[in-house]
Design a protein around this ligand. Structure first.
Ligand code: NAD
Length: 424
């Protein structure tokens, strides 16, 4: 399970425009100057490379690779590299901007970037992927850098690819530079606590929101869509804090137990069952879509984008939605949810625990020191809680939904920094 960074909302034709629609609303609330609006709406740098790779059968195939740096106003840019046939420049641009806002919301000193290679890693051998990864890294030697631009895993990439990137970059510099990528295997300088970091951040955000809504965690009922890295850790950690998880789901369908699912057992079952919940007996099987509209206090979409749409939004009964996934709610559904008065802890806030611990990985690498899991958890919990409070306060101040408030916090921080730094 590699870790995946922000994805655009898919129900609008162009992902960049979809991101911009929310940016635009927040910018209007802030009364952002036209000049700064124009600076922030366009990526700072876009690099497209062609990578000829010798395949195992001796043929040469050319792959297109991208890296977009949206902003370095707050610090070196940070963002994952995606291997997927659907990768294109518009998507990478949207994802890069998303990273700028996400890092700014949690107040970590990074700008935003994203990269990708148009390829199908499932149809390639490990050797082919390694050659492609090394070639991509070499072509980006002047873009990447521990103080410049720091890649991480995303869809189709994981610790293995990060190790190759770190090695290829280090070779080109003639020394080991492990802080140039995050999401590395532990032995290469990966951080303890990274695996569970996003689910943990979802838990912290959920508890912070429940406190505002006066929902007692011991009496709270929840439904969690997606039982991969984010969903299963979020469910486990919330169960440990007293919540009753009535329903969980994965690609095989949804599972419901009115008196609560034993999450530890469900994880154990999944781990011994090829990663799926199919056949899980601790609950009754229900239709996957029904999970979203169950009568529960908290709904946690933690599977994929665009699952809460204008079709099902009006049927949602939860009082709180905590977005573990990136872009699970379409822009049209946003309006319905706001009208219903449901609180949303939005993706750029609620799932930022992952990038926060990636930042800690970079900090540890640069210090040449390793933190304990307890220190990592304590510090990331504090960052997540502070970010939640800042976004909540802004939503009250501007009388806007939490999603727009998160954008306001992010854009304001980047715009203020830009003003101090100045342009040409
Ligand atoms: P994962 O691959 O580990 O798990 C995805 C889960 O969703 C699996 O259980 C899969 O079976 C399930 N799923 C897929 N389609 C489904 C459907 N239609 N209905 C119900 N379940 C379905 O992925 P992950 O790392 O847990 O990421 C999940 C989401 O969280 C993604 O949107 C990702 O971008 C986002 N996210 C992840 C991280 C991270 O650190 N892992 C960080 C930020 C955001």
């Amino acid at each position: 399970m590699g870790y995946i960074e922000p994805a655009p909302i898919k129900d609008l034709e162009n992902p960049f425009e979809s991101m911009m629609s929310r940016f635009h609303i927040a910018a209007q609330h802030l009364g952002l100057d036209d000049e700064i609006y124009n600076v922030l709406k366009s990526p700072a740098r876009q690099v497209i490379v062609n990578l000829p790779i010798t395949m195992d059968d001796g043929s040469i195939q050319v792959f297109e690779g991208y890296r977009v740096i949206h902003s370095t106003i707050l610090g070196p840019s940070k963002g994952g590299v995606r291997y997927d046939m659907g990768v294109n420049i518009d998507e990478v641009k949207a994802l890069a901007a998303w990273m700028t806002w996400k890092c700014a919301v949690v107040d970590i000193p990074y700008g935003g970037a994203k990269g990708g290679i148009k390829c199908n890693p499932r149809a390639m051998s490990a050797g082919e992927i390694e050659r492609l990864t090394r070639s991509y890294t070499e072509s980006m030697v002047d873009v990447f850098g521990e103080d410049r631009d720091i890649p991480a895993p995303d869809m189709g990439t994981g610790p293995r690819e990060m190790a190759w990137m770190m090695d290829a970059y280090s070779r080109s510099k003639g020394m080991t530079v492990n802080a140039v990528v995050t999401g590395k295997p532990l032995v290469l300088g990966g951080s303890l606590g990274r695996t569970e970091a996003t689910g943990r951040g979802v838990m912290v955000s959920a508890l912070a929101a429940m406190e505002k809504l006066k929902i007692n965690p011991y009496k709270a009922t929840m439904a969690v869509q997606g039982f991969g890295n984010v969903g299963s850790f979020a469910a486990l950690l919330l169960e440990e804090r007293g919540a009753t998880i009535k329903s969980i789901s994965d690609i095989s369908g949804a599972y419901f137990n009115d008196s609560g699912i034993d999450i530890k057992k469900a994880i154990e079952y999944r781990n011994n069952n090829n990663g799926t919940l199919e056949g899980f007996e601790g609950a009754e099987k229900i239709d996957g879509n029904d999970l979203l509209t169950l009568e529960v206090d908290v709904l946690i979409p933690a599977a994929k984008e665009d699952v809460i749409t204008h079709d099902n939004a009006s049927k949602i009964q939860a009082k709180l939605i905590v977005e573990g996934a990136n872009g699970p709610t379409s822009a049209k559904a946003d309006n319905i949810i706001n009208e219903k008065g449901i609180m949303v802890a939005p993706d750029i806030l609620a799932n930022a625990g992952g990038v926060t611990v990636s930042y800690f990985e970079w900090v540890q690498n640069r210090l040449g020191y390793k933190w304990t899991r307890e220190r990592v958890n304590r510090r990331s919990d504090r960052i997540m809680k502070d970010a939640f409070e800042a976004v909540y306060k802004t939503s009250q101040e501007y009388n806007v939904p939490m999603r727009i408030a998160a954008y306001i916090v992010a854009i304001d921080k980047v715009a203020q920094t830009y003003k101090y730094r100045g342009g040409y």
